[in-house]
Design a protein around this ligand. Structure first.
Ligand code: ATP
Ligand code: BTN
Length: 242
């Protein structure tokens, strides 16, 4: 389904699922613009008209929510492989949900849980990718270095990008259901920003400093701090280079 403008493609699908609409697994909603695009923890995702691509997909996991651990990492790998294969770009991934080019944020992933029943869970998987942002407008809305696909690659066909996203996400999600996160661990770690470098991980006032060892076979972030390897997952954790 394609919309010209909406509040948030994730919100639209979440509301429809919560109203009890039976949406097929794999249904995709894309929009040219969002007025209330959202990132993690209620942060705003800037997605003005035709400058970015907003993509959301309905998915169900038969195994329940515990199995969803690592899902945003798998989607990151799917987007990275698409951008590498279709546009020959070199992509970096920042745990748990950010996609980088040339050290700047290109795209983000937001996965929301709409409900659980009979051991299955229903999810909305959202991806926002910058296609061609105006530097002047973005300066007022994005408080970190960013990049768009047109700068990195040149003009591109948005329909081909959507089709690529739909097929790479479906393919990776099916493989994730069969094999779990372990099948993606190496692909994620190969692209993980700050690998074997000093980092800090913050959660509110709490800060852990150490060396980043990428993710383990479950998708936990591994940080070596004071001689011990510690595992982190979930919560409002943010990873930064030290
Ligand atoms: P972390 O996920 O590690 O906490 P983050 O700062 O990227 O890092 P997110 O919640 O993932 O936080 O993403 C939201 C942030 O992304 C916003 O606070 C803003 O800084 C940035 N942002 C918003 N819109 C865009 C965009 N179109 N392109 C790049 N970055 C954006
Ligand atoms: C992030 O970096 O925190 C994630 C950004 C996710 C943005 C996408 S755009 C499509 C979908 N709809 C939303 O409101 N958010 C996601």
């Amino acid at each position: 389904e394609v919309l010209s403008i909406t509040d948030s493609t994730n919100l639209q699908l979440m509301q429809r699922l919560q109203r009890g609409e039976q949406l097929p697994k794999g249904l995709v909603l894309v929009a040219e613009a969002q007025t209330a695009g959202r990132g993690r923890h209620g942060r705003a995702w800037y997605s003005p008209f035709a400058a970015s691509l907003s993509f959301s997909m309905v998915w169900q996991l038969e195994q329940g929510i515990q199995a969803a651990m690592g899902l945003s990492l798998v989607i990151g790998v799917a987007v990275a492989e698409l951008l590498e294969q279709q546009y020959q770009l070199q992509v970096g991934l920042k745990w748990p949900n950010d996609i980088y080019l040339q050290g700047k944020k290109l795209a983000g992933v937001l996965i929301e849980l709409s409900g659980q029943s009979d051991g299955r869970c229903q999810l909305v998987i959202g991806i926002g990718i910058n296609v061609q942002l105006s530097a002047v407008q973005a300066a007022q809305s994005i408080d970190q270095p960013w990049i768009d696909l047109t700068t990195a690659y040149g003009p591109l066909d948005r329909n081909r990008l959507v089709a690529g996203l739909q097929s790479c996400c479906t393919e990776h999600l099916q493989r994730f259901e069969q094999s779990g996160f372990a099948a993606f661990q190496a692909a994620f770690n190969r692209r993980q920003l700050f690998m074997l470098q000093p980092v800090r991980l913050t959660q509110g006032q709490q800060v852990v400093r150490g060396i980043c060892h990428g993710v383990d076979a479950q998708g936990n972030l591994v940080i070596e701090s004071q001689g011990k390897k510690q595992l982190f997952h979930g919560g409002e954790l943010s990873l930064r280079a030290e």
